[in-house]
Structures are given as structure tokens and as C-alpha cells.
Design a binder for this molecule. Structure first.
Ligand code: ACM
Ligand code: ZN
Length: 766
């Protein structure tokens, strides 16, 4: 055989069968290590490589077991773990501790003959192991090449948290362990376990057995978003103290602290159902079957309530060795306290002070006397807060600044970046029902937890970052996984990396390899970031819409218009007519989900529009132009940016179809879209009025219609199109007024009688 033919054959064989090619580790992982210095050469790990840990070091023995387990799961290679007094035999992976600085920091030195993972503590060593684990490709192999390098790493925040609400829906002890595994994969060190709420008490308390006998069960569960319909199925579950201890140990082995939350004095209905004497009215109470904020809360004026809390916390402290105990404090209405003789008497006794602050102070003191520190939600932050306590800022990032000024530490968990119960796509049709909102991976990634307004010397009080998973709309554990992955990957980088080293495009390039690990363990995850992304811009001067499509890795994209023949996407599409565009990407022969956009062109499209009343600031998005940009919101998600919202004011838009003095177009129909989410206080219009004018000053009313108040009819979220037909008329200007609901009906228990939001999108005029 000629030499060149032999060479060619080898190339072909190498390509086809990877003949002898050893997979290579890649340190571009999530979260990205602080500093990686690549060096020449590589260290080959084979099944003969050992993981060596220091003699008598139980923590590193356990760490060694984790590393061996990970490598086995990912590659099939079975590495032995061995102890050694002098942990430096060549050819091996050596685990060590030592070093100074951040106790969760670590250094990894990979040379041609060994890999040394040195943690500043066993926890640091574990994070080094996580880094190595994530650098390994998921592939069956008998050897892996680790490029020589030095990795020096440490986290930005000492508190890196993730919560799970097990009250609204219950997840088994084994599912909670899987959750902990997922946290460990993302270098998260704190699991905030929301154990009690109105809809179920989930922790066994020996002194109060009814908490689980009665409080852990509800008769049934509301369907969807407080639709008024119920599933008729009893629901319940709780963890025995034995199960809890087992989970606490399981987490500790993975350097995860569990902070239990017993939410008080609100969110206590399950406890009140069990012990009605703890409430202001004495009941009877029922474990709640709907979502929201209950007005029935602990009767803080009754000394029995504090005794109850202290007894519960005494058992909680025995189970959880955490430095901090979370005592909730969020969303506690004072309605019952205001009418309760005991609470009124207490209020008088404390000189008219705030009852919640008083109660929080008592519990905080109790915990302090027992060597523990308190965490509260931001509503419970008060000026008398002990400086050893910590506040979790959820609906108010400014609370972080307030806490810092009081020298109280804070954990940042703002809803708009950290509430993983929100939708992760704006196109929610086909998504499992969620609480609402819109929190894509990119938004999570963009969080800068330390408010710039916090003075330099107080910034240190921002102690950590956490995302929360409330489970009202999350009935199964696979949906838990779907909601947190891959947003948790973005969170982990916010928690671990300095802001200067964060880069979303780089993150997106690193994510596919992490996802291979999700696949390996069978974790369900959301795939939106891998699908086709659209950049849609309306050109108001040209009167068209330009649609650019892309993917994170330049995968091939196919699109069609109105369901026609699929074309390969090449350059941005210019849309001038009403149509629907669908697109998907293809990778390794597999298609992603299809995305679709609807465009409507009419006499109002891209014409100048003025709004008499300002939209609500948070829901202004693109402003009035959104109503005539040709891009139609096809999903009710009012947070998507395709709707604009008005509160306690009407939509009052004037569109110039043609300037005064120019030929007035003939029109006979106006349509407006409205988004409805009743349970969120987003209601339909109560009236539609249409006016026309030749000069934009004097308007003639040509149409008027009233709509009935919305009812609770089992349908909560949808889009309504209001169409006004009228006699043909010529108009240079058309004015559209939609009157919003000013008094929400009784079924909106939290806001009855108050104004609703009115959300509108595309106005067409024909
Ligand atoms: C919360 O979301 N109520 C803390
Ligand atoms: Zn009371």
C-alpha cells in the first residue's frame, strides 16, 4: 500500500471510529472558574489512575468517593480510591486540603503526571471536584486526557442558595435528595426548605401531632389559577423527623446547609386548622385549597402562639444544625389583629407599636438565646432587627440597602430575577401552567445582586443570592426540574463569579456540556435557549417588520410562512403583509421546538399613535407603539413585552391614519386585543368607544359598547379580541378608548373592589 493511501485510510478510520482518540476534558464549565492558566501537555487518566486522599481524613475519603462516582457515571471508568500518608504518588489524582483565604476556594494543578485538587477546606476540595467533574465529557471511554493547567477558584458569595416550597406541593424525601444533587452540581451551598404554609404543614413536630395529622392534608386543590374549580382529590404528605435528619446529613455530605423555614406569623393556616386556638377568631379553619395570601394568621396577642412557635422551633433546631433558622415573615395581613381583643390589647401594651415587628423580635431573641440566628423575608425587616439576623429581599431589592444601612446582612432574591416559578418563555402556549411572569435564563444571568446605591463600605452586607421555587403550579418533581434547569446554571454563575468575569455569550457556549450531564442523570430541563431566537424590529419609517432568527450555536434554521414550504434561513426576513412565520433549528438531525410569530398589517400599522394616559411603569415595555407595530401577542402572558398595561386609567389611543389635509382612508372596522389573567387582577375592558376625526382635534363618536364584569367561570387566562364594526367612514384620525375594570369582583379575594389592570395589544383598523 502506498504510504499516502495508508495515511488517508488512518484518517478515515480515525474519524469514523475515533480510533484510539482519548476524549479531552474542558475546563470551560459552569460556573466558570476564576482563573485557568493552560499549560503544555496533558495528564491521562485511565482505569489504573487512583484517587488518593490523606489517611484518616473522613471528609476527603467521602469526596474521593464522589469523584470516583461521577467519573464512573460519566465515562464508565472505575477509579479506585486509596489513602496515603504522603499524598503524592505520581500518576494519580490527589485530593488535599490546605491553603488560605476563602474557605470554599480551591486550586487544581494538572501536570503531565498528576492532578492535585487542593481545597482551602474539605468544601473547597469538593468544589474543585465539581469543576473536574464538569470538565469531563459524558462518553463511554477507558481514558480521559486532562490538559495541563492551573485552576485557581473561589466563590464570590458565601451564601449561594436555592429554595424549594414543599407545602403547596409535596416532594418525597428521595426527590428532595435529587434536588440536593442538582444544587451540588451547581456549586450551591444552601438549601432553603420552605416546610410550612397555608396549604400544608410538612414537618413532623412531636409535641404537636395534629400539625401532621390534620395540617399536612388538604381536602382538594384548586385547578389552575384560583379558577373556582377543584380537583376533588385529598392531597397531603410530610417528612418524619427521621427522614429530615437523613436529608440533613445527605446535604451536609455535599457541603450544603439546609435552612428550614417555618413561615410565621402569616402563612400559618395549616397550623391553625390543626390548633384553631392559635388564630384570632378561634376558627374553625381548613388547610387551604387555593393559592394566595390568607387573612387568617397567628394570633400574636395570644401568649399560646409564641409558646407554640418556641416549641416548634425547639424541635426544628434539634433537627437542623444550621446557623440560621428562617422564620418567614412575608405577606402577613393585619386584618384579624385589628379586630382581635387579644391583639389589640397587646398593641396597646407595646405603646401602639407594630405587632409583626414585636413578634419577630420575640422569636429572634428566642433563637439567639439558643445559639441561632434569624432569617426573615423583607417585610419583617425592622429598625430594631438584631445585627446577627439576615433579611431575604424578594419583592424589594431596596430592602438590601436598608438592611445594609442597619448593618444587617441580606440575601438577594428579587422576584424579577430569582423567581423560578415564573414562565421561562414569553410564548407560554404549550408550557405547563405557571404562576405568571416571564423570567428567561438571560434575565437570571443579568442580575447584579449588589445595588450600586449601597455605599462601598456597606456592600459587604449583601451576603448572598438565592432563587426560589414556589410550588403552587408545580405538582410533580419532573416539573420542579424543568422549572429550575437551566436557570439554576445562570444563577450559579451569578452566585459564584464576579460580575466582571460574567459574559452571557460565553455562558451559552458552555451550557451544552452541562446539559449533557442533565441528560446523563435524566433531569428534565427547559430547552428554550437551544431553540430559535427571534429578534423582531418594526421599521416605522419603512412600514415593515424585520425578523432576524438565530441560535446560540449557529445551528441550521428552517422557516415557513403561513405553513408553506420550509426554507433554509439565511438573512433577516422583511414582512410587509399579515402572515405567520414558524421556525425551528436542526442539530445532529434533531429538530428543536418550533416557534411562531403572527403579524397583522392594517391601516393603523406603523402609523403615529399617541396615548392620553401613561401605561403602568412596570408594564410600559415599548409604549404605545406596541399597539401598532404589526407584531401580535399570541399568548396571554402580560409580562412578555408584547402587551402594555394600564392601571386605574383607560387605554385612550389616537392613531393618525393620514395627516390632516391628506386623503382620509375609508374604514369600517377596529379591533383591539386584550390579555386576561383574572387571578392576577388582569381583567377585560368594560367598554369600547371609537371616535374619528379629520383634523385630530374634533372627534365624532361612531361606536360604543359596554362589556359585562368578568365572572369566575373556570377560565382564567386567555386573549379577547374586541372588534367594532361600523358604517364605512373616512377618517384621518381614529381614537380608541377602552375603559378598564375599576372594581374587581368578590372572587378576587385579595383585591375585591379595587381596580384591575387592563392589558392591550395590536389595534387594527380596516
Ligand atoms: C414570598 O414570595 N412570599 C417570599
Ligand atoms: Zn389575635
Amino acid at each position: 500500500m502506498k504510504k499516502s493511501t495508508a495515511l488517508l485510510l488512518c484518517v478515515v478510520i480515525t474519524t469514523l471510529f475515533s480510533c484510539g482518540r482519548t476524549p479531552t476534558a474542558d475546563y470551560n464549565i459552569v460556573p466558570l472558574p476564576q482563573k485557568t492558566t493552560m499549560e503544555k501537555g496533558s495528564f491521562e487518566v485511565t482505569e489504573n489512575t487512583k484517587i488518593i486522599y490523606p489517611d484518616t481524613n473522613a471528609a476527603l475519603l467521602r469526596n474521593a468517593g464522589f469523584l470516583a462516582g461521577y467519573i464512573k457515571q460519566m465515562t464508565g471508568m472505575d477509579l479506585k480510591c486509596e489513602s496515603a500518608s504522603e499524598a503524592s504518588p505520581e500518576g494519580n489524582i490527589i485530593l488535599r486540603t490546605g491553603g488560605q483565604g476563602n474557605m470554599e476556594g480551591y486550586t487544581i494543578n494538572i501536570s503531565a503526571d498528576s492532578m492535585v485538587i487542593k481545597g482551602n477546606s474539605p468544601a473547597g476540595n469538593f468544589y474543585g471536584i465539581q469543576t473536574i467533574r464538569k470538565s469531563v465529557p459524558v462518553i463511554k471511554t477507558s481514558s480521559i486526557n486532562f490538559p495541563c493547567a492551573e485552576i485557581i477558584d473561589a466563590p464570590r458569595f458565601s451564601y449561594r442558595g436555592m429554595s424549594l416550597d414543599v407545602s403547596r406541593h409535596f416532594f418525597s424525601a428521595s426527590e428532595v435528595k435529587t434536588y440536593i444533587d442538582i444544587l451540588a452540581l451547581h456549586d450551591i451551598n444552601t438549601f432553603h426548605w420552605h416546610l410550612t404554609d397555608d396549604q400544608g404543614w410538612r414537618i413532623e413536630i412531636k409535641k404537636y401531632p395534629k400539625l401532621t395529622e390534620i395540617g399536612s392534608r388538604r381536602d382538594e386543590t384548586v385547578i389552575g389559577n384560583n379558577t373556582g374549580r377543584y380537583d376533588g382529590k385529598p392531597y397531603g404528605g410530610y417528612y418524619t423527623q427521621g427522614e429530615i435528619s437523613d436529608i440533613v446529613n445527605y446535604a451536609a455530605d455535599r457541603y450544603i446547609t439546609i435552612i428550614p423555614e417555618i413561615d410565621m406569623p402569616g402563612h400559618m393556616l395549616a397550623a391553625l386548622a390543626s390548633y384553631p386556638e392559635l388564630g384570632c377568631t378561634g376558627g374553625p379553619y381548613k388547610v387551604w385549597t387555593i393559592w394566595g395570601v390568607s387573612k387568617d394568621v397567628l394570633c400574636v396577642g395570644n401568649p399560646k402562639a409564641l409558646k407554640f412557635v418556641e416549641d416548634v422551633l425547639t424541635e426544628v433546631m434539634k433537627l437542623f444544625p444550621s446557623e440560621y433558622i428562617h422564620i418567614g415573615g412575608d405577606e402577613c395581613p393585619s386584618d384579624r389583629w385589628e379586630k382581635c381583643p387579644k391583639c389589640r390589647a397587646l398593641k396597646r401594651k407595646i405603646g401602639g407599636g407594630d405587632l409583626q415587628s414585636y413578634f419577630t423580635g420575640k422569636v429572634e431573641l428566642f433563637l439567639k438565646e439558643h445559639g441561632r440566628k434569624t432569617i426573615v423575608w423583607n417585610e419583617a425587616l425592622n429598625n430594631k432587627m438584631d445585627t446577627t439576623s439576615m433579611v431575604m429581599c424578594w419583592n424589594n431589592t431596596e430592602a438590601g440597602a436598608k438592611a445594609a444601612a442597619l448593618h444587617v446582612k441580606s440575601i438577594m432574591t428579587p422576584t424579577s430575577y430569582c423567581y423560578f416559578d415564573y414562565y421561562q418563555t414569553s410564548e407560554t402556549n404549550g408550557e405547563p401552567i405557571a404562576i405568571g411572569g416571564y423570567l428567561p435564563v438571560k434575565k437570571v444571568y443579568s442580575l447584579e445582586p449588589v445595588l450600586p446605591s449601597i455605599p462601598e463600605n456597606e456592600k459587604k452586607y449583601v451576603y448572598g443570592v438565592q432563587a426560589n421555587l414556589w410550588s403552587e403550579y408545580i405538582p410533580t418533581f419532573s416539573q420542579v426540574e424543568y422549572m429550575v434547569l437551566p436557570r439554576m446554571a445562570a444563577l450559579s454563575e451569578v452566585q459564584w463569579c464576579r460580575s466582571s468575569s460574567r459574559n452571557y455569550d460565553s455562558f451559552l457556549r458552555r451550557i451544552p456540556r452541562l446539559v449533557k450531564i442533565y441528560d446523563l442523570y435524566g433531569y428534565k430541563y427547559a430547552k428554550h435557549i437551544f431553540g430559535v431566537k427571534s429578534d423582531i424590529k418594526t421599521d416605522f419609517s419603512e412600514g415593515n417588520v424585520v425578523v432576524a432568527l438565530n441560535t446560540i450555536d449557529n445551528a441550521t434554521i428552517y422557516y415557513n410562512i403561513n405553513g408553506g414550504k420550509a426554507e433554509k434561513y439565511d438573512t433577516p426576513l422583511t414582512i410587509k403583509k399579515s402572515c405567520e412565520i414558524s421556525a425551528y433549528a436542526e442539530r445532529e438531525g434533531k429538530a428543536t421546538d418550533t416557534i411562531s410569530h403572527k403579524f397583522l398589517f392594517s391601516k393603523s400599522t406603523t402609523r403615529p399613535l399617541t396615548l392620553k394616559n401613561k401605561p403602568y411603569e412596570e408594564y410600559t415595555f415599548g409604549g404605545g407603539r406596541t399597539l401598532v407595530d404589526g407584531v401580535v401577542a399570541t399568548c396571554y402572558n402580560y409580562s412578555s413585552g408584547k402587551w402594555i398595561g394600564f392601571y386605574n386609567t383607560d387605554l385612550d389611543a389616537t392613531i393618525e391614519l393620514a395627516p390632516a389635509g391628506k386623503k382620509a382612508p375609508e374604514i369600517s372596522e377596529v379591533s383591539v386585543n386584550n390579555s386576561i389573567s383574572k387571578a392576577s387582577g388582569v381583567f377585560d375592558a368594560r367598554a369600547l368607544e371609537i371616535y374619528v376625526s379629520a383634523d385630530g382635534k374634533d372627534f365624532n363618536k361612531i361606536y360604543e359598547k359596554e362589556y359585562p364584569q368578568m365572572k369566575q367561570d373556570g377560565n382564567d387566562r386567555y386573549i379577547v379580541t374586541h372588534k367594532a364594526d361600523f358604517e364605512k367612514t373616512n377618517a384621518n384620525y381614529v381614537r380608541i378608548i377602552e375603559k378598564g375594570e375599576r372594581h374587581m369582583p368578590d372572587f378576587i379575594t385579595w383585591g375585591k373592589g379595587e381596580p384591575a389592570f387592563l392589558f392591550a395589544d395590536e389595534i387594527t383598523v380596516n
